[in-house]
Design a protein around this ligand. Structure first.
Ligand code: THU
Length: 134
């Protein structure tokens, strides 16, 4: 990821954050996932009055891309509250790992970025290799 590509992805995450449906937590999150063929799919968190049904922004971006036939991913940018870095929750780390173990995770606080690998955020991950009956 060069600076220009990172900037473009962060911009898409910040733009998606505007659509967050977060009236219960008032915590607005925007994300954007980049495919290896350079397409961007964005997402925002969508909350429910039955709180536990709420969906994180990361899983929305990921499932939008998967549901349009995309299977190879380079990076995801995540933007929470300005001034604060918003790392992905545990459930999102797992689901991102299931589909993109080599993903780069870019956190934006609206001004600066921090870059991690998903493997560093989810060490010793569970994956489908453990499901094997052999
Ligand atoms: N949330 C996300 O969308 N992504 C994260 O990485 C952390 C949390 C959402 C879930 C909920 O709508 C709100 O932020 C507060 O937890």
């Amino acid at each position: 990821m060069d600076e220009k590509e990172t900037g473009r992805l962060v911009e898409a995450a910040l733009k998606a954050r505007r659509f967050a449906k977060a009236k219960y937590s008032n915590f607005h999150v925007g994300t954007a996932i980049l495919t290896t063929d350079n397409q961007i799919f964005s997402g925002c968190n969508v909350e429910s009055s039955s709180y536990s049904l709420s969906i994180c922004a990361e899983r929305i971006a990921l499932t939008k891309a998967l549901s349009e036939g995309k299977t190879d991913f380079k990076a995801i940018a995540i933007a929470g509250r300005d001034g604060v870095f918003c790392p992905p929750c545990g459930a999102c780390r797992q689901m991102l790992y299931d589909y993109a173990p080599d993903l780069i995770v870019i956190l934006s606080d609206g001004r600066r970025t921090r870059v991690y690998s998903l493997k560093e955020l989810l060490p010793h991950a569970f994956d489908d290799s453990q499901l094997s009956t052999k």
